[in-house]
Design a protein around this ligand. Sequence first.
Ligand code: C5P
Length: 234
Amino acid sequence: MSQFFALIPAAGSGSRMGNELPKQYLPLCGRPMIYHAIKTLCNNRSIAGVFIVLSPGDIHWSQYDWSEFSQKLTVLQFGGATRADSVLNGLIAAQQKNLINPQDWVLVHDAARPCLTSDQLNKLIGELASDNVGGLLAVPVADTLKRGDADNHVRQTESRDNLWQAQTPQMFRCELLTRALQNAANMNVTDDASAIEALGLHPKLVPSDAYNFKVTYPQDLALAELIIQKRNHP
Ligand code: C5P
């Protein structure tokens, strides 16, 4: 029987936040941001284990108490230069340590999406567990899309028909995702699905919602704080 594992690449510096502290450790409702995604993933009964991929030079992780998750959490300090490198290094390390089998599912989730819910997670697993390829949470594009030029003048309005915004988790079998990321080594892919697509495969889009947004700019952090506070004190 295949098992389900989560992998959180958390080796980024988060330079767009304009902060010294890497984004995954910025305080959010009294915890480092990454805590919230770890909690949702570890508390899900379908998830057998959660791998955290840290940068080799990470000095922040050990400053927090993670003991409440010790049953499921494994730290792999093999982060790379890009998100794709960090995911690939994590997958290889987990396989070398015999922590995961090639046919097990891996749900790759960004540390910077702290508002993921258990319902979204269950829906993703439910829709993909018997899929041949795998897929990802995503939301249909709602805004009108403009293509601009270098001076910020509109060159063209793009059709939004069938356009989706990719989120995470993105769920693929360990062996397939490892092969896809190795194949995509020089392609600058920014998510896992892109690497799978480069093999000629078609990941499934599983409808999500806007709450599972990625914290990228300082104002995103304030919004995430409001959402999590409201959930904790309805
Ligand atoms: O910077 P961005 O928001 O695109 O990062 C997405 C995720 O990838 C974050 O969880 C970040 O820590 C991770 N990442 C990584 N290794 C890198 C760059 C980003 O694990 N070299």
